[in-house]
Write a protein that binds this ligand. Structure first.
Ligand code: PLP
Length: 384
């Protein structure tokens, strides 16, 4: 099998797995228990909090663990609305956010919150000028992702942060695709909130990260005990949190070597495919892009058919984000770039990760080109 869908999720790192397992076996204590097994679990969580904080230039007290990036995003949006309950407020976001932000915004609209969904340029970038001109007197939050999950485009977060910093507007960035893959520093980005998810950087599924440096109070999504300093009820996922701490450290230690390798693999893939199928287009920005992620449209073919043909050959890629693939709607990200429904439906996302290597590229290119030619031949035959 060749797994080239690392934007959907990543394989847990071997060394991180070794650190995680004891917390499911010998050290399985509940972090709220008063005896030493519990204290060890609590200590492990605090150690992970320090590791995560150090990785993004934060302090430990700014970090809260959640069950996912989706929970962290939803929680922030919900809390903003709760903090300004009874007041007319406005939120700015972009049309290409992950659904955990977009659907949370839609839910807030039902409560009377005004939301502006900024368009993006044809290369997938949000324009800073658009952010500036969307600001209203009652704008309380801007939430723009650091890197997009379908096209990998990196947004000008530090520049937007610089602008918002001087105003009384809270700034959140969904950095789920970025953390562990490109340098992320909350101070440089000038964000008040940042979210991440451990399964995207070779940690385990089930651990999200919420960074907060803001007066805004997080209002509980779940009621119960006093876990996470009274902010988030529910017995902590100690093993997942421990894994998040080691995984983020390891990703950062390997980041520059991995990024160089993945970028070379993406470039080789795109060049080789375009040499054989010149009509193939790259969606999104080719420069400001995550090193391992690329989205390609194949004129005249369906991305879904391509994905299934690749699957038959043991190659995993996806048609859009993992959360929306399977829906028959064209991707909201690709249509926001100006692609027609047909172009959007002809796209696949290849996302390389730490465990891929250049030897796999030839096989991926060969299989994609063969699958594409097969689809085109069948289409021609059907037209006769
Ligand atoms: C940009 C982005 N935000 C949020 C999420 C949600 O993260 P999680 O899978 O941890 O819920 C994802 C997952 O694909 C994502 O890519």
């Amino acid at each position: 099998m060749i797994y080239a869908d690392n934007a959907a999720t990543t394989r847990i790192s071997d060394s991180v797995l070794k650190k995680l397992l004891p917390y499911l076996q010998e050290q399985y204590g509940n972090a709220s228990s008063q005896y030493s097994l519990g204290a060890k679990a609590k200590h492990a969580i605090e150690q992970a909090r320090k590791q995560v904080a150090a990785a993004i230039g934060a302090t430990s007290s700014d970090i809260t663990f959640t069950s996912s990036g989706s929970e962290a995003n939803s929680w922030i949006l919900r809390s903003i609305a709760d903090n300004y309950r009874g007041k007319s407020i406005h939120i700015i976001t972009s049309a290409i956010e992950h659904h955990s932000v977009l659907n949370a915004c839609r839910a807030l609209e039902l409560l009377g919150v005004e939301v502006t969904y900024l368009p993006v340029e044809s290369n997938g970038r949000v324009s800073i000028e658009d952010v500036k001109s969307a600001v209203r007197p009652n704008t309380k939050l801007v939430t723009i992702m650091l890197a997009n999950n379908e096209i990998g485009t990196i947004q000008p977060i530090a520049e937007i942060g610089e602008f918002l910093h001087k105003r009384d507007i809270i700034f959140h960035t969904d950095a789920v695709q970025a953390v562990g893959h490109i340098p992320v520093d909350v101070g440089e980005l000038k964000v008040d909130f940042l979210t991440a998810s451990a399964h995207k950087f070779n940690g385990a599924k089930g651990t999200g990260i919420l960074y907060k440096q803001s007066m805004i109070k997080l209002s509980p999504l779940v009621f119960g005990g006093e876990q996470e300093r009274g902010l988030r009820a529910g017995t902590e996922n100690v093993a997942g949190i421990v894994a998040a701490g080691y995984a983020i450290e390891e990703s950062i230690a390997k980041m520059s070597e991995t990024a160089k390798r993945l970028k070379a693999m993406v470039d080789t893939t795109v060049n080789a495919i375009q040499t054989r199928i010149p009509t193939v287009r790259v969606n999104g920005n080719s420069e400001k892009r995550l090193p391992g992620t690329v989205n390609l449209s194949f004129d005249g073919a369906s991305g879904e058919s391509l994905m299934h043909l690749l699957d038959l050959k043991g190659i995993c890629v996806s048609t859009s984000s993992a959360c929306t693939s399977g829906s028959d709607k064209p991707s909201h990200v690709l249509t926001a770039l100006g692609l027609t429904e047909q172009q959007a439906k002809s796209a696949i996302r290849i996302s390389y990760g730490r465990y891929n290597d250049m030897n796999e590229v030839e096989s991926i290119v060969e299989t994609i080109c063969n699958a594409y030619n097969k689809i085109i031949a069948v289409n021609l035959y059907m037209k006769k």
